[in-house]
Design a protein around this ligand. Structure first.
Ligand SMILES: NC(=O)c1ccc[n+]([C@@H]2O[C@H](COP(=O)([O-])OP(=O)(O)OC[C@H]3O[C@@H](n4cnc5c(N)ncnc54)[C@H](O)[C@@H]3O)[C@@H](O)[C@H]2O)c1
Length: 269
């Protein structure tokens, strides 16, 4: 028996990294999953891997920076799978620059992908999460089960990170959004929580190459390693397992929290 048997989960940014590991784990645990990524190739690849492993999957390349696309994705998911139970707001990106060099374009790009996608994806999911819960409450006195919205902040927000004014502002706002939704949606048994990954090995934290938009300078990577209590970088699967915990029944009385997944990263809790 899987921990998410019969559930339907939408996971943004799940063509790569933490999102992909989460989609694969959720599918393995019995959920039908929507792999959403603006990059078609990794999205298709992740979808195929889930299918090959015997999972149920739908691939979406909608860009939820746009509310209409978020709504289109949710509608397609509900049409295909009949309902939506879990949303994982995972899409995110970095575009680092020292603050005095930050411009509106970099600010808006990073705020859009880290924050607006979560706003729109959660908003577009409301008819499928809040409405049925409200109906169940009216008819049976309480929602039939807990629905879940997981968010993704970062230890970079908790501790601050030079060069990431845009990213940390977005990741901080995510926590405010999550905590407010935990209160607003609590009466409908829609739990809202956030994971705060520390230093997880994905393309965001890979050694920065000359001319690349993303990545972390090798010297900073080595410094990070020295302040991770557990002494090694996290893997996408480490965060996926925490998303699974929050999305599953074991966390039905957990809402409004930020869970660091950082291996005791100094300053990251
Ligand atoms: N890797 C880390 O150490 C770390 C630390 C803290 C927080 N995070 C957060 O975890 C999340 C996942 O990061 P990751 O490291 O797996 O990154 P990643 O780059 O490996 O994967 C992110 C995926 O999101 C996709 N994406 C970008 N914009 C999108 C959009 N508008 N809609 C849908 N998909 C979109 C990308 O194409 C990519 O495939 C992000 O929110 C990130 O900020 C990561």
């Amino acid at each position: 028996m899987g921990r998410l048997d019969g559930k339907v989960a939408v996971i943004t940014g799940s063509g790569r990294g933490i999102g992909r590991a989460t989609a694969e784990l959720f599918a393995k645990e019995g959920a039908a999953v929507v792999v959403n990524d603006v990059d078609p190739e990794p999205a298709e690849e992740a979808g195929q891997a889930i299918k090959d492993a015997g999972g149920e999957v739908m691939v979406s390349t909608d860009n939820t920076v746009n509310l209409d696309e978020a709504r289109r994705m949710m509608e397609a998911a509900a049409n295909q799978f009949g309902k939506i139970d879990i949303v994982v707001n995972n899409a995110g990106i970095t575009r680092d620059k020292t603050f005095h060099n930050m411009d509106d374009e970099l600010w808006n790009f990073v705020l859009d992908i880290n924050l607006k996608t979560a706003f729109h994806t959660s908003m577009a999911a409301m008819p499928y999460l809040r409405e049925p819960a409200k109906k169940e409450k009216q008819e049976q006195g309480r929602p039939a089960y807990h629905r879940k919205v997981n968010f993704t902040t970062s230890t970079a927000f908790l501790q601050g990170n030079a060069g990431q004014a845009n990213y940390t502002a977005a990741k901080g706002a995510i926590v405010g959004l999550m905590r407010t939704l935990a209160r607003e949606l609590g009466p409908f048994h829609i739990n809202c929580n956030a994971v705060a990954p520390g230093f997880i090995e994905t393309r965001l934290t890979a050694s920065k190459q000359e001319g690349s938009d993303m990545g972390v300078p090798e010297a900073t990577r080595q410094m990070a390693l020295m302040v991770i209590g557990l002494g090694y970088y996290g893997r996408p699967e480490d965060v996926a397992k925490v998303h699974l915990f929050l999305a599953g029944e074991d966390a039905d009385y957990v809402s409004g929290v930020v869970l660091p997944v950082s291996g005791a990263l100094l300053g990251g809790m």
